[in-house]
Structure formats: C-alpha cells, structure tokens
Ligand binder design. Structure first.
Ligand SMILES: C[S@@+](CC[C@H](N)C(=O)[O-])C[C@H]1O[C@@H](n2cnc3c(N)ncnc32)[C@H](O)[C@@H]1O
Ligand code: SF4
Length: 348
C-alpha cells in the first residue's frame, strides 16, 4: 500500500531516483579514491611505464653502496649513515645476478665504508662472486682505505680489478679539517701502504679526490705522479639535499663548496697529470647508476636522492626507469674505459 502510494506520486518517485543515483555515484567515487591511494601508478602511467620498461637502459656500469655506515666523518660526504641496513649476502648476490642478466659489465662497491661490514668479509665474498661466478669483466671498490688489511688482498685480491682510495690532500692537517681521518692515524701513510699491496697482489690502483674549500689551493701533482695511479678522479664537491644539505641531512657541506672557476683553476694547475679525469657537478650529478643498501636506484635529478623500488622486488628493467641516469653524460665523462685489469697491460 505504502509502496503503491510512493510510486503513484511523481515527486516522490523523482526523489527516490535521485537518491539512488547519488548513492551509486558515491560508491563509485569512493572505490576509485581507494584504488588511487593504494595503487602506486595510474593505468595511464602504467602504460607509459611499460613502454619505458621495454626500452630501459642497460646497466653497463653499476655502483652498489651496500652500506651507509662509515668510520670517517668527512664533512662534505654525500652518502651518509641514514640507515645501518645491509642486505643478507644471498639477497645481495641475487640482485647482482639480476644485474648481470640485464647486461652489467662493471660493478663498483662503495658506501659508506665498504670494508666495514664483517671486517671486509662481506665485500670480499661479493667481489669473489662477481668475478668467479658472474664472470664480470670489471670488479672495483671505492674505499677510504683505513680498514684494509694485507690478508684481504691475499684472499680476494686476484678477483679485484681496480681499488680506488679516496685522498683529498697529502697534508694531514687538511685531512683532519675535512674529517678524512679516524683519530690520529695517518691517512697518507695508509695510502702508500695500499699502493704497494696493489702492486704486490696485482690490483689496479686508482685515487679519488674531492676538491673543496680546504684543498682547492693545493698542488698535488708531485704526490700523484709518485703514486702513479691508473686513474685520478677529481670531483668538484657536490651538494645533495637530504645527505649533505638541507634540514634532514646528517652533514652540512655548504662550507666545502667551490665555484666552477675555482674548480677550473685547480684542474689547470694539474694539467700535467695525464691520468686526471675531472668531474664537475654537472658531469657528476646524473651520470652514475647508484644502487642503495636496499638495491634501489637513486635518482639525483631533483638535487636529492629519490629511490626507485628495489630491483629485488620489481626487477632491473622497471627499477632503472626511475634511476634518472643520463647515459650520454656517462659516456661524455669517460665512464666507459679499459676496466678489466687483464686488458690494462700494467707492469706489476
Ligand atoms: C661516498 S664515498 C664512499 C666510499 C668511501 N667511504 C670513500 O670515501 O672512498 C664514494 C666517493 O664519493 C666521494 N664523495 C663523497 N662526498 C662527496 C661530495 N660531496 N662531492 C663529491 N664527491 C664526494 C668520496 O670522496 C669517494 O671518492
Ligand atoms: S666520503 Fe668520508 S664519510 Fe663519506 S663514506 Fe667516504 S670516508 Fe666515509
């Protein structure tokens, strides 16, 4: 009866229709809103991503910063101890295998200080795995050098192509000011010791220097020529928001920053050093494929390190689309070079 009286009134019938439609649209909108907040990408993005994924860059040369912890306190450091996480060895190996299957030819282990976890054993096992199991043409390390022991070379030296030691100055007082030191130990004496172990155990020796306000006026020519590295990488001190600049950063590196002109003057002063490879901020920022401790690519295009998803979760091709990697700049800065020690024709 009641139903009959409702449907028999056109006004009430119209109200019923409007209310039903309102409920229908409300539930559709709330479903879409839920889906948008829980799903990382919209369907349109997914389609674009799939095209990008198909044409993803080959990770020819990769830098794996497997730890962020360090025993030094360099004031300009742009990869700081924001976590103490290190992947379990087998997971790190799985990621390295995925990279090799995607075309990786060179792996560089960095940090933090790569010789810290398990007193260099974690690193040694990764080096061995990359050379012996994955047969990578080039396996290298960047280290501050302070934790390296001769026994490490005896055990793992044969599987390592290049060891780069960071040294910004041959003046200990400058190293102390920078924070490139642990206690009163001499960074330079250590560097000389490692250079000799590299000769003895047939590992190519390289030096990295960061040019900053504390060393910009120095002349390192004589020391570098004496040490005779295969390559001397010279970086202009770079700021990265969230690492060494900005509110959430663990370092404040503004006081280390030098201008383009100051950097150029340093390069001009060292023009007689033929192994010098210069990297201005512009060349450096996006020309490295950087993997963090979770095996996520870090995108520096916005001046900070924005992580992708982990290659362990989504694979290399998808993750690398979010790396911000500039392959042209990588080639322009000389990123591809003779990087197997077997091809270097070195006199040991
Ligand atoms: C982050 S460190 C990690 C490896 C190791 N602890 C070391 O210092 O060699 C890797 C390289 O980045 C360089 N580096 C650190 N902070 C930098 C900055 N703000 N600008 C340019 N290079 C920097 C270091 O000198 C080193 O050669
Ligand atoms: S740059 Fe200095 S503080 Fe940073 S990881 Fe290397 S040695 Fe440690």
């Amino acid at each position: 009866m009641q139903f009959f009286s409702v449907v028999s009134s056109p006004v009430l019938l119209l109200q019923l229709c409007i209310s039903t439609l309102h409920h229908m649209f409300a539930s559709i909108f709330s479903a879409v809103r839920y889906w948008r907040t829980t799903s990382p990408v919209s369907p349109v993005d997914r389609k674009v991503d799939q095209r990008k994924v198909q044409n993803a860059t080959t990770p020819t040369s990769v830098n794996y910063h497997f730890t962020r912890k360090c025993n030094y306190k360099c004031g300009f450091c742009f990869h700081t101890a924001k976590t103490s996480f290190v992947l379990p060895l087998e997971e790190a190996k799985r990621g390295l295998k995925l990279l090799k299957e995607s075309g990786m030819e060179k792996i560089n282990f960095s940090g933090g200080e790569p010789f810290l976890p398990d007193k260099g054993e974690f690193l040694g096992k990764l080096v061995q795995y990359c050379k012996q199991d994955l047969q990578l043409p080039s396996v290298s390390i960047v280290s501050n050098g302070s934790m390296i022991k001769e026994t490490w070379f005896q055990k793992y030296g044969a599987d390592l192509d290049i060891l780069a030691i960071s040294c910004d100055s041959f003046d200990e007082a400058t190293n102390q000011l920078i924070g490139r030191a642990q206690g009163k130990k001499s960074h330079v004496d250590n560097l000389l010791k490692i250079k000799n172990w590299c000769l003895q155990y047939k590992v190519a020796f390289k030096i990295n220097s960061v040019i900053n306000t504390f060393n910009v006026d120095e002349d390192l020519t004589e020391n570098i020529l004496q040490l005779n590295p295969v390559r001397w990488k010279v970086f202009q001190c770079l700021l990265i928001d969230g690492e060494n600049a900005g509110e959430s950063a663990l370092r404040e590196a503004e006081r280390f920053v030098i201008s383009e002109q100051q950097f150029q003057e340093f390069l001009d002063r060292h023009s007689s050093v033929s192994c010098l490879v210069p990297e201005s901020n512009e060349k450096m920022r996006n020309s490295y494929l950087i993997l963090d401790e979770y095996m996520r690519f870090l995108d520096c295009r916005e001046g900070r390190k924005d992580p992708s998803k982990s290659i362990l979760d989504v694979g290399v091709k998808e993750a690398i689309c979010f790396s911000g990697f500039d392959e042209k700049m990588f080639l322009k800065r000389g990123g591809k070079y003779v990087w197997s020690k077997a091809d270097m024709k070195l006199e040991w």
